[in-house]
Write a new protein. Structure first.
Length: 337
């Protein structure tokens, strides 16, 4: 194997340790509460991948030249035009993929179709609720749809003789099913976040403590099936490319309990799907009401109706999108076979 495949893991290890020790210093100084764990070794057979530098890489249409291996067919051609920076060949289940990092030019101005702001309320019953159109966006919930088949394959794998031929066959089937579930979830989130970034010039979302929410054993599966953490990550880097402002409301802002008249309804629970204000008799769907409050959040900051909660601020998109000199680095994942 070429030298880059051996050298890159040490570069990644250095970055992981630097982030780990920097996180310890920031937590001691009170700059952040987020905890980054100690770097762990990559398990063989679970995260198989290797790095290829751009000077060792050639892409021609639907084929890719890999050192020591030669030309390999791909299922689709590269969708981006620009300088290829690097590639990572990885295996998911029994299929191989190549992630190509391409340097492309940033657009000089936001999309012409962007107009107005929108509050986005994420949830379990509905993937999101938009304040601008007052509509619910439903997610595919792929784990729930495949749960029966997933349980059957897990039982089948448990009954096989470990490391036998049939055990490996069932294990491959189980891996392909998990990969399909993850792909469906990522595809739906990519389409939704792209639509948001191309439609609105300002988007307000909540600062959801996803790591704490999944500690609830009754809701953990449904929360993970929706992909709340992936939504914020994707929206952040797409907003930087399209010139969208993403505002993250403080997690203690009572977006669900606050009425338009300024009264906070502390009695509302998760079981209440309709918001009702006892002071002004205002009623509205719970999710739509939350999205409307998020849309008005930037105007409420500093106002008594914001309940004294500061804004979590706009997302620092420049640090999360990997901006480089003349543009941004887009990552395209292509299936080879």
């Amino acid at each position: 194997m070429h030298r880059d495949a051996h050298a890159q893991p040490f570069t990644n290890l250095q970055k992981a340790f630097s982030a780990f020790f920097q996180n310890i210093r920031d937590r001691k100084a009170g700059k952040t509460k987020r905890e980054i764990g100690h770097p762990t070794s990559k398990k063989k057979g679970k995260h198989d991948s290797f790095y290829i530098a751009n000077d060792k890489l050639q892409v021609q249409g639907k084929r890719l030249r890999i050192p020591q291996l030669g030309w390999v067919r791909m299922r689709e051609s590269l969708r981006f035009t620009g300088k290829i920076m690097a590639a990572v060949v990885s295996r998911t289940a029994d299929r191989w993929y190549v992630n190509l990092s391409v340097q492309v030019d940033l657009p000089s101005h936001p999309c012409e179709n962007q107009a107005g702001g929108c509050g986005v309320d994420l949830g379990i019953k509905h993937l999101a609720t938009l304040s601008a159109s007052r509509e619910h966006i439903d997610g595919p919930k792929p784990l729930k749809a495949a749960l029966v088949k997933l349980r059957r394959l897990n039982r089948e794998l448990a009954r096989r003789v470990q490391f036998s031929v049939n055990w490996y066959k069932t294990k491959r089937k189980l891996g392909r099913l998990h990969a399909r579930i993850a792909a469906i979830r990522a595809d739906s989130l990519h389409k939704f976040t792209t639509q948001l970034a191309q439609t609105y010039h300002m988007i307000v979302i909540e600062d959801l403590p996803v790591a704490g929410m999944v500690q609830n054993r009754k809701l953990a599966r449904a929360i993970n099936d929706v992909g709340l953490g992936m939504f914020r990550q994707q929206l952040t880097y797409k907003a930087a490319v399209t010139g969208v402002t993403v505002i993250v409301a403080d997690r203690w802002f009572p977006s669900t309990k606050l009425c338009r008249c300024g009264v906070v309804n502390e009695a509302i629970t998760l079981a209440d799907r309709v918001f009702t204000c006892a002071a002004c008799n205002y009623t509205e769907d719970r999710d739509i009401h939350t999205a409307l409050n998020l849309e008005t959040y930037p105007r409420l900051v500093g106002n008594v109706n914001a309940c004294g909660q500061p804004s979590a601020g706009s997302v620092d998109t420049s640090s999360e999108t990997g901006l480089v000199e003349a543009g941004t680095t887009e990552c395209a994942q292509l299936s080879m076979f």
